[in-house]
Design a protein around this ligand. Structure first.
Ligand code: ADP
Ligand code: MG
Ligand code: MG
Length: 888
C-alpha cells in the first residue's frame, strides 16, 4: 500500500485518498500550472494512525524518499543552514472542515537556517519575519500554546515602536520577537522550539492527524453528517514567499461572483504578505482588479489560469495564489461554495457556455437550495440595526415582539401579538411557546439542539446559538454588546442567514414563489434573472424525471395552487377536514346515534355536503387523478375535549340544569376514550364497525364523479382505504363500495371507472402486500404512520422529548420523520413494491407521507420504483426538481 503521492501522481478524482486540497493540487500540477512542488500523505495513513495510535511502519521511509526527491528537484535540503528548503504542512480532508488544524508555513527554519535564508534572499527582515511566523503557528497549532501570548507580544512590539502594521517592524525588531516567542514556547510547554527541520515536519504531520479528532472537528462532522472515519490527508508543499517585498503578495479569487454567478474579477490581494494574512484581516486588502496595475504580467497570467480552471472544472472555482518577486504561484483551487440563487444561475450559465449539459446542470443545484429560495425574505435594502448572528437553524424570516418565556409567548399570541420566543436554550416545556411564536431565537446550542430540531419539524423560523446574546430570563431582557432588548421590543430573525435585527425588517415575498404562483413570468422582459434560471432548471427536471408528483390537498383552493406549482394530481385528500367546522354537530349526531334510523339520518345529512366538496375538488383537478382517503382519525377527535366537557357538565349539574345532549356526549367521550388512539379505533376499523360511514363517503365520491362527467368534466377519482392490516379488511370494504358504485352507475347511467386501493402504513400490510394487492388497484405508502409503527414511537410525543438526545448521540443522522429510514422503513417499502407487483403487475404505487417532499427520500422512492410521490403544495417544486435529479 502506497501512503505518499507526489503532486504529479494524483488527480482531482482522488479526493477520498488525497483530500480535496491534495487532489486539486495534483490536478493543477498535471495541467501544467505553476504549483510549488510537493507531495501528499494519504487519508489511509491517517486512518491507520487514528486506529492504532501509530503511524504505519512504512510511512517514515516513504516520506523520506519523497522528501529526498523534492530536495533534489529544488537543489536544496530541508532546513539546510546556508540555503534552506522550506515547506508548508497543510491539512486537507475530503470535505473542507473548520475546526481542524490549519496550516503551518515556513517549516525548516531554525536559528541556523534563518541566517542562510536572509543571505540567500538578500533580505534580513523577510527571513526573521518568516521565522517568527513559524514559531507562532507551530507553537499554537502543533504545541498547543495559547495563540494570544504570541499576538500580545506582537502588539506590544508594534506599540513600543509606535507603529500599527507588522510590515513596519524591521529585522532587529523581529529578531527580538523571535527570541521572545521561543521563550514563550519553552515556558509554556517545558520544551524548546524544535531546531531539527525533519522533527518539525513530523510533529506537524502528526498534529494534523490528531486534529481530525478535535472537539470542534467532531462537532462539525456530526452537524454536517460527514462520516467520522474518513481521516484527513496532509500536504507537504515547498514554500513560495509573498512576504519578499512590494513585488510579492498573496491573494484569493473566484472565477465568478459566488453571490450572483456573474463572470468577472472577484477577489482580494495583499502586497508583501503570507497567505494567512488575507483571511486574518491583519492589513487591508485591495480588490483583485488592482493587481492589474500593481503587477500587470502576473495579473494577465492569473486571468488566463482562472479561465482555464473554469473550463477544466466546468464550474465556479475559488483559488489561493501567491506572487513571489513577480512570479505567480497557484496554491489551491476547489469548486467554490455559492449562494442558493447563484447555484441556479451558474448552472444555466454553464449550459449556455456549452460546458455542461442539462443532466449535469441538475446535479449543480439541490432541492434544499430551491426550498431556501422559496421562503419569504427580509428586504435587504431596509436599514435596520443588526444585533448579532447565530446559526441558521430553520429558514424563514420572522418578526415579532421579544418574549423570554413560553407562558408569555402563548398569552401574547392569543391576544393577537406576533412574538419571537427568546431563550438561552429550549426544552420540552417550551413547546407551547414555540408553537405560539413566529420564530425562535436561542443563545446556546447548535443545529441539533432542541430548538433547532423542533423548529425544523414545525417549519418554524429558528436562529440558535447566537452567543453574543446574553439572555436574562429572570429580568425578561437580553443584552447584546451594550444594547438592551426588553420584553416587548420588536426583533427580526432570519433563519436562512442566522442574522438577528433590532426592530422590524420588512418582509418581501420570494420572486420564485411569485413565479410558481403565476404572478411573474420567466419570459417577461423585466423577469428576475433568478426566476429565469429556476424556470429553465425546472424544465430540465420535468423532462428528465420518471416519478410523477402529486399534492396532498383537501380542498379546491389548495388543489388549484398545487396545480400551478406543477402537481399532476392529488395523492392524498384527507376527508376528515370535511367533518369539521359547522359540520361538527352532524358528526356528533352520527356518533351519538342509538338507532339505525338516527344514524342513517345523520349520514344522509352529511352526504350532500361531502358530495359538494368532491365536485369542487374534481373540478379543480379535472383530468388528473384524485386519491380520496376515507375517514381515518379516531372519532374522539370530532368530540369536545374530555376535561372541558367534564367541567362543563359538572358545573351544569351543580346548577341543576344539566343538558341532556351534553350528558350523552360525555358518555360517548368516555366510551371512545383510548389510551393509544394512534393504535385504536381508526382507519378501516371505523368503516367496519360504523355501518354506513364508508359507504356514505363512497356514494358522495361516486355521485360527485357522475355529476362532473355529466357536465363533460373528466373526474379521475381513486378511493383509498386507510390503515389496512390484512386483505380481509379490504375485501369487506371493497365489496360494499363496489355495490354502492354500481347503484350510482345504474341510477345515473354513467360508467364511473373508480379505482379502489389502499394505504400501506402498517408493518403487517407491508409484509402481506402480495395478498393485499389482490384486492387493491393501487398502494399508497403512508410513510408517517409506517415510520411510527415500525419504530414504535409516536411522532407527536417523541420529537420534542428524546430526539435531540438521539441526534446528538448520532443514533439518527436526521429525524426519520424528515428523511425516510432507508434500512428499516425503506426495506419494508421495497419488499411491498416487489410483492405487490408480483401479484398485480399494473399495480400503481405512490407515497403520501411527509417524505414525499423530502429531497433524500424522493431519491429513494425513485430507486424503489414508485410511480409518484405526493406532498404538500409548497413542496411540489422541490419534489419535481429532486425527481429530475434522481433520474438525471
Ligand atoms: P486553509 O485550508 O486554511 O486555506 P492552506 O493549507 O490553504 O489552509 O494554507 C493557509 C494559507 O497559507 C493559504 O493562504 C495558502 O495559500 C498559504 N500557503 C500554504 N502553503 C503555502 C506554500 N507552500 N507557500 C506559500 N503559501 C502557502
Ligand atoms: Mg486554503
Ligand atoms: Mg396514516
Amino acid at each position: 500500500q502506497k501512503f505518499v503521492y507526489d503532486f504529479t501522481e494524483g488527480n482531482k478524482e482522488l479526493k477520498d485518498l488525497l483530500g480535496g486540497k491534495g487532489a486539486n493540487l495534483a490536478e493543477m500540477t498535471n495541467l501544467g500550472l505553476p504549483v510549488p512542488p510537493g507531495f501528499t500523505i494519504t487519508t489511509e495513513a491517517c486512518k491507520v494512525y487514528l486506529d492504532s495510535g501509530e503511524e504505519p511502519a512504512a510511512l517514515r521511509d516513504e516520506v523520506s524518499a519523497h522528501l529526498d526527491a523534492l530536495e533534489q528537484r529544488m537543489g536544496k535540503k530541508l532546513g539546510q543552514a546556508d540555503d534552506p528548503l522550506l515547506v508548508s504542512v497543510r491539512s486537507g480532508a475530503k470535505f473542507s472542515m473548520p475546526g481542524m488544524m490549519d496550516t503551518v508555513l515556513n517549516i525548516g527554519l531554525s536559528d541556523a537556517s534563518v541566517e542562510g535564508l536572509a543571505r540567500q534572499a538578500g533580505d534580513e527582515r523577510f527571513a526573521w519575519d518568516s521565522y517568527r511566523r513559524l514559531i507562532q503557528m507551530f507553537g499554537k497549532t502543533v504545541l498547543g500554546v495559547d495563540g494570544e501570548l504570541f499576538e500580545d507580544a506582537l502588539e506590544a512590539a508594534k506599540e513600543a515602536k509606535k507603529v500599527t502594521v507588522d510590515t513596519d517592524l524591521d529585522a532587529a525588531d523581529l529578531r527580538k520577537l523571535v527570541k521572545q516567542f521561543k521563550k514563550t514556547v519553552t515556558s509554556e510547554t517545558g520544551r524548546d522550539f524544535p531546531q531539527d527541520p525533519r522533527e518539525q515536519m513530523d510533529l506537524a504531520v502528526k498534529a494534523v492527524f490528531d486534529s481530525w479528532n478535535g472537539d470542534r472537528a467532531k462537532l462539525y462532522r456530526r452537524q454536517e453528517r460527514i462520516p467520522h472515519d474518513l481521516g484527513t490527508a496532509v500536504n507537504i508543499c515547498s514554500m513560495v514567499f509573498g512576504n519578499l517585498g512590494p513585488d510579492s503578495g498573496t491573494g484569493v479569487a473566484f472565477t465568478r461572483d459566488p453571490a450572483s454567478g456573474h463572470q468577472g474579477v472577484y477577489g482580494d490581494y495583499l502586497q508583501n504578505a503570507q497567505g494567512e494574512d488575507v483571511v486574518a484581516g491583519i492589513r487591508n486588502t485591495v480588490p483583485l482588479a488592482d493587481l492589474e496595475s500593481i503587477d500587470n504580467k502576473s495579473y494577465d497570467q492569473l486571468m488566463q489560469i482562472m479561465e482555464r480552471l473554469e473550463t477544466h472544472y466546468k464550474d465556479l472555482c475559488d483559488i489561493e495564489f501567491t506572487i513571489e518577486r513577480g512570479r505567480l504561484w497557484m496554491l489551491q483551487t476547489r469548486v467554490g461554495k455559492r449562494t442558493a440563487g447563484a447555484a441556479f444561475r451558474i448552472a444555466t450559465q454553464l449550459v449556455d457556455q456549452g460546458l455542461i449539459d442539462e443532466a449535469e446542470a441538475l446535479q449543480r443545484v439541490t432541492g434544499a437550495q430551491l426550498a431556501q429560495l422559496m421562503f419569504p425574505r427580509f428586504d435587504e435594502t431596509a436599514r435596520v440595526e443588526r444585533l448579532g448572528r447565530g446559526i441558521a437553524a430553520s429558514p424563514g424570516a420572522a418578526v415579532g415582539k421579544a418574549v423570554f418565556d413560553s407562558y408569555t409567548a402563548v398569552k401574547w399570541s392569543r391576544s393577537g401579538e406576533r412574538v419571537i420566543l427568546i431563550r438561552r436554550e429550549t426544552n420540552p416545556d417550551d413547546l407551547d411557546g414555540m408553537i405560539a411564536a413566529e420564530g425562535i431565537l436561542t443563545s446556546r446550542g447548535g443545529k441539533t439542539s432542541h430548538a433547532a430540531v423542533v423548529a425544523r419539524g414545525m417549519g418554524k423560523t429558528c436562529v440558535c446559538g447566537a452567543e453574543e446574546l446574553e439572555v436574562d430570563t429572570k429580568r425578561r431582557r437580553m443584552t447584546v454588546s451594550g444594547t438592551v432588548v426588553e420584553e416587548g421590543d420588536v426583533v427580526s430573525i432570519d433563519g436562512s442567514t442566522g442574522k438577528v435585527y433590532l426592530g422590524e425588517v420588512p418582509v418581501v415575498p420570494s420572486p420564485v414563489v411569485e413565479y410558481f404562483e403565476g404572478r411573474m413570468h420567466a419570459g417577461a422582459d423585466d423577469a428576475d434573472e433568478l426566476v429565469r434560471a429556476v424556470h429553465r432548471i425546472m424544465a430540465y427536471a420535468d423532462r428528465m424525471r420518471r416519478l410523477r408528483v402529486r399534492a396532498n390537498a383537501d380542498n379546491a383552493e389548495d388543489a388549484l395552487r398545487a396545480r400551478r406549482f406543477g402537481a399532476q394530481g392529488i395523492g392524498l385528500c384527507r376527508t376528515e377536514h370535511m367533518f369539521l367546522g359547522e359540520r361538527r354537530g352532524m358528526v356528533e349526531k352520527l356518533i351519538l346515534a342509538d338507532t339505525d334510523a338516527e344514524r342513517e339520518e345523520a349520514l344522509k345529512a352529511l352526504l350532500p355536503l361531502q358530495k359538494r366538496d368532491f365536485v369542487e375538488l374534481f373540478e379543480a383537478m379535472d383530468g388528473l387523478p384524485v386519491t380520496v382517503r376515507l375517514l381515518d382519525p379516531p372519532l374522539h377527535e370530532f368530540l369536545p375535549d374530555i376535561t372541558e366537557l367534564s367541567v362543563r357538565v359538572a358545573l351544569a349539574e351543580a346548577r341543576k340544569d344539566a343538558n341532556e345532549n351534553d350528558l350523552r356526549l360525555l358518555q360517548a367521550v368516555h366510551r371512545l376514550h383510548e389510551q393509544n388512539p394512534m393504535l385504536g379505533l381508526r382507519g378501516v376499523r371505523l368503516g367496519l364497525v360504523i355501518p354506513g360511514l364508508f359507504t356514505m363517503q363512497v356514494r358522495a365520491i361516486a355521485e360527485a364523479a357522475a355529476e362532473r362527467r355529466d357536465g363533460k368534466g373528466d373526474p379521475r377519482a381513486e378511493i383509498m382505504i386507510p390503515l389496512v392490516g390484512t386483505v380481509q379488511e379490504l375485501e369487506i370494504v371493497r365489496e360494499e363500495a363496489e355495490q354502492v358504485i354500481a347503484e350510482v352507475e345504474a341510477a345515473t347511467g354513467v360508467e364511473l371507472r373508480l379505482a379502489l386501493g389502499t394505504m400501506i402504513e402498517l408493518p403487517r400490510a407491508a409484509l402481506t402486500a402480495g395478498q393485499i394487492a389482490e384486492a387493491a388497484e393501487f398502494f399508497s405508502f403512508g410513510t408517517n404512520d409506517l415510520t411510527q409503527t415500525v419504530w414504535g414511537f409516536s411522532r407527536d410525543d417523541v420529537e420534542a422529548s428524546f430526539f435531540t438526545a438521539y441526534l446528538e448521540k448520532g443514533i439518527f443522522g436526521v429525524s426519520p420523520f424528515e428523511t425516510i429510514d432507508k434500512d428499516g422503513v425503506g426495506s419494508l417499502v421495497r419488499n411491498a413494491v416487489a410483492a405487490g407487483r408480483a401479484t398485480r403487475p399494473d399495480l400503481k404505487l405512490g407515497v403520501c407521507g411527509e417524505h414525499g417532499g423530502d429531497p433524500e427520500s424522493v431519491h429513494f422512492f425513485h430507486e424503489a420504483g414508485l410511480d409518484y410521490v405526493s406532498c404538500s403544495p409548497f413542496r411540489i417544486p422541490v419534489a419535481r426538481l429532486e425527481a429530475g435529479r434522481a433520474a438525471a
